[in-house]
Design a protein around this ligand. Structure first.
Ligand SMILES: [Cu+2]
Length: 277
């Protein structure tokens, strides 16, 4: 499990790199990593640029009128290259691999998380909640209907009765681990929410879990950014066809109580003649 959010310390990082506002528990570590990569690349850029300029002056024609076949005898450049390789190894072994391992290996237990199935299609995000019973209802490809039942959910299955589905609207409670089970109906899509520092491909034939803890509600983010229309947006991050540009979903992060109420209202609506979309 990832500890308390490091939002405050990372404001510097997000501001000097112009990163989107941070709104997830693990995002600080990603920002730190992005920051360090930029610092090291800046050092490399200045270092190699300086070395190039030095070589132009040091080995200029007027000083070396005849080509010297022995070349440079000093080992300085080998040491420099060794240093660069070492820094790159530190970035990879010290930062990138542990961070990635924490993201994929240490999934929170489903009993402590909200599990949501998100099925991507050209060009929409179908969201499926298990409802109060915590069990996902049966789906059947024969029941699939692009307009009325895009997930092919079998409402005759007792477990499916309280399942809530939405189109392009992902409602989440703040400060709770969220496990998104990503699937795709057609081609490769990618579930990306920049503020959560989450991006995961959805691949047809596979169910890929990804997880995060949202830490800032939509309302709080609106007051923080001074933008009353602020919305977290799911951007499809893989070019998936002609309508890729309009494959947008929206995430609404609420307090636990607001989310419970939202869910209860949706379950109530399931009794209505038109199914909730
Ligand atoms: Cu897509």
């Amino acid at each position: 499990m990832v500890g308390a959010p490091k939002v405050a310390e990372n404001i510097m990082m997000t501001s000097w790199l112009g990163l989107p506002a941070l709104a997830s528990a693990h995002g600080g570590q990603i920002d730190d990593m992005i920051g360090w990569v930029h610092v090291f690349m800046l050092i490399l850029f200045v270092g190699w640029g300086g070395f190039f300029a030095y070589c132009l002056v040091r080995f200029r024609r007027s000083r070396q009128p005849v080509a010297d076949y022995t070349g440079v005898k000093s080992h300085a450049s080998s040491y420099l290259e060794g240093g660069v390789a070492l820094v790159e190894a530190i970035l990879l072994i010290g930062f990138a691999i542990p961070l990635w391992a924490a993201r994929v290996d240490r999934m929170p237990p489903e009993s402590e998380a909200l599990v949501v199935q998100v099925t991507a299609e050209q060009f929409a995000w179908n969201v499926h909640y298990a409802g109060p019973d915590g069990k996902f209802g049966r789906t059947d490809i024969k029941l699939l209907d692009a307009q009325e039942n895009p997930l092919g959910l079998d409402r005759s299955d007792p477990v499916a009765k309280d399942d809530v589905t939405t189109l392009n609207q992902l409602y989440l409670p703040a400060n709770k681990p969220i496990i998104v089970r990503l699937r795709s109906k057609d081609v490769i899509h990618s579930f990306g929410v920049p503020e959560f520092r989450v991006k995961q491909d959805a691949i047809p034939g596979l169910t890929i879990p990804t997880w995060f803890i949202p830490t800032v509600t939509t309302a709080e983010m609106r007051s923080r950014t001074g933008n009353p229309e602020f919305q977290y947006e799911i951007a499809c991050a893989q070019l998936c066809g002609l309508g890729h540009y309009r494959m947008r979903g929206f995430v609404t992060v609420q307090t636990a109580e607001e989310f419970e109420k939202w869910m209860a209202d949706r379950v109530k609506e399931l009794g209505a003649p038109t199914p909730f979309r």
